[in-house]
Write a protein that binds this ligand. Structure first.
Ligand SMILES: C[S@@+](CC[C@H](N)C(=O)[O-])C[C@H]1O[C@@H](n2cnc3c(N)ncnc32)[C@H](O)[C@@H]1O
Length: 277
């Protein structure tokens, strides 16, 4: 999509957005493909930019020994190094290993993940983030609720999923991922065919991929990527043109920090849910 058209396309979105229109042919041609050709050395393109931010009191406390049981990594050095070596089984982290397992990618400061885990004690949750303050804050909040069904990992979700067994997870959730709005950054978007193939591999048959975003361009992009993958089927069905629908906002998804910001800035919220076939 021509970046100059992006603002217009967002202004043109209607409030009833359960039935997406096709992206323009120009937009379709911007869908991500393999980032390098055979003649170029393969460079890993990350979906995140690790940022240094102020550590609040809760975040600092959450990284101390009292909260270490929420972390899969054994110590602060491994958390800071985002060292995920040897993390190859998320189910084994819990005593009730057979309970349905949700993996949340990029939980930010963690309040909504903790709220979800507290509301669903029959499920297990693993959250993965690269943001140190978010990891500490989330562990602190989980401690306040004395959760036993939540574990946290510091690191890159794609690298983690690549080392998990196939059909390991029941739900992968991705709430308000970085929108990477500039065309030259589209390749950093989490939802690309290559990255979603990694998600498809870790999901069980019948498992769920649930994403939400407040960026209209990314919402339509996600639908287009997901529709193109034979491993997935849209839970909300397709519109008359065969394009996957958006999902009405589900009650079980708590309001997140970035969602709140999007609403305050006047953006629509889009939920996207696909079954793994
Ligand atoms: C825009 S924030 C949204 C945070 C939260 N979900 C919310 O809605 O408030 C996106 C988060 O995803 C994290 N992230 C991006 N790519 C990631 C990856 N590959 N693995 C783990 N976390 C990632 C970033 O560090 C960032 O905190």
């Amino acid at each position: 999509m021509n970046p100059n058209n992006l603002q217009n396309s967002e202004q043109n979105m209607t409030t009833n957005h359960t039935s997406p229109q096709p992206l323009s042919p120009t937009a379709q041609s911007t869908l991500p493909s393999s980032p390098t050709s055979d003649s170029e050395p393969r460079r890993v393109i990350q979906t995140f930019m690790k940022r240094k931010t102020h550590m609040g009191k809760k975040a600092e406390a959450g990284l101390q020994a009292d909260f270490a049981h929420f972390f899969v990594q054994p110590d602060l050095a491994a958390i800071q190094a985002m060292d995920i070596e040897g993390i190859t089984n998320l189910r084994a982290l819990f005593t009730n290993a057979e309970a349905p397992l949700t993996l949340e990618i990029g939980f930010g400061m963690g309040a909504s993940l903790v709220e979800m885990a507290a509301a669903a004690p029959e499920r297990n949750f693993v959250g993965i983030e690269v943001h140190e303050a978010g990891l500490g804050n989330c562990a602190f909040l989980a401690g306040e609720q004395q959760l036993t069904n939540l574990k946290l990992i510091s690191g890159d979700a794609i690298s983690l999923m690549k080392q998990l067994p196939s059909a390991h997870v029941d739900t992968v959730q991705l709430y308000f991922p970085d929108p990477w709005q500039k065309k030259r950054h589209f390749k950093r978007r989490f939802v690309t065919p290559e990255r979603m193939a990694v998600v498809a591999a870790v999901l069980k048959t019948g498992g769920i991929f649930h994403a939400a975003t407040d960026w209209a361009h990314y919402a339509h992009w996600m639908i287009e990527v997901m529709d193109s993958l034979p491993a997935f089927s849209n839970v909300a069905g397709n519109n008359s043109e065969g394009i996957g629908n958006f999902l009405p906002r589900p009650d079980f998804r708590p309001l997140t920090k970035f969602e709140k910001r999007g609403i305050q800035e006047g953006r629509e919220i889009y939920d996207i849910m696909y079954h793994k076939l």
